[in-house]
Design a protein around this ligand. Structure first.
Ligand code: ADP
Length: 241
């Protein structure tokens, strides 16, 4: 009984630490966009001369607010799903088709950055998943691969079914890679590795991806070599007929 109570207390302590860390991060990450919105509005109010100035400020405010709302919704989704109270809308779906659609969608972004995107998802692999969440998880991984790969690199995405009826979605890139120190932390909420601070992002993309994979009884792992590239592997239970 003493061991069980101690384990429970340890778990509560970890959760309390997690909540504290998260609120510190939320405060930090929400503060900068709110300060930016306030600053922009103040400058327009005091120096804005034309209707055009006011229109530009309103447009930028909407953009910043959308970013904030998106971040808050993602944080809520992660917390709710991790606490086991999130609802998934799971149906039979073809993950090969989702990956092919995602490649088409990201084609222009890769071309813009002078990257090559390679897609190996010819066959159909069925899973029982929440389409919207799976699409967003794959989009996050592709978005990162493109964001963290310098021009002339390659982004490669593939779908494979292994012998245990597990489906793997693998996203590889030839980008900047992740250091040994950062690697164990990349799936934590708000963790951003130093070299990427200059890139846009919230530090929630991989945390969201892991939450989605685990909510589908799967997982996500990564391997990376700084300066050479990264590989993210999502494993999901396939449908057995
Ligand atoms: P972000 O919005 O910052 O991209 P993520 O949660 O998606 O947040 O990723 C967390 C951090 O992991 C990123 O800030 C980046 O430093 C690192 N990272 C993620 N994907 C890659 C990748 N493909 N190559 C290199 N670093 C990556």
């Amino acid at each position: 009984l003493a061991i069980t109570v101690n384990q429970m207390l340890d778990r509560i302590q970890t959760l309390v630490n997690g909540i504290k860390e998260m609120s510190d991060n939320i405060a930090h990450d929400l503060k900068s966009p709110i300060t930016r919105i306030r600053g922009m509005s103040e400058v327009t109010l005091t120096t804005g001369a034309s209707l055009n100035d006011y229109e530009n400020t309103a447009a930028s405010t909407i953009e910043e607010c959308d970013r904030l709302l998106d971040m808050i919704n993602t944080m809520l989704f992660i917390s709710k799903t991790e606490a086991g109270v999130g609802q998934l809308d799971r149906k039979e779906m073809d993950i090969g088709a989702v990956v092919r659609d995602a490649c088409d969608l990201f084609q222009s972004a890769t071309e813009e950055k002078k990257l090559k995107i390679v897609c190996h998802a010819d066959s159909s692999s069925k899973i029982y998943g929440d389409m919207r969440l799976i699409q967003r998880m794959i989009a996050n991984l592709l978005d990162n691969a493109i964001k963290y790969t310098p021009p002339d690199g390659v982004v490669d995405i593939s779908v494979q079914a292994d012998s245990d009826q597990q489906v793997e979605v693998i996203v590889k890139d030839t980008g900047i890679g992740i250091s040994k120190e950062d690697l164990p932390h990349v799936f934590e909420r708000f963790h951003r590795c130093d070299p990427s601070r200059s890139q846009s992002g919230t530090g929630l993309g991989l945390s969201f991806a892991r939450t989605v994979a685990r909510a589908h009884n799967g997982d996500i792992t990564t391997k990376s070599t700084p300066g050479k590239g990264s590989k993210f592997t999502v494993t999901l239970p396939g449908i057995v007929y």
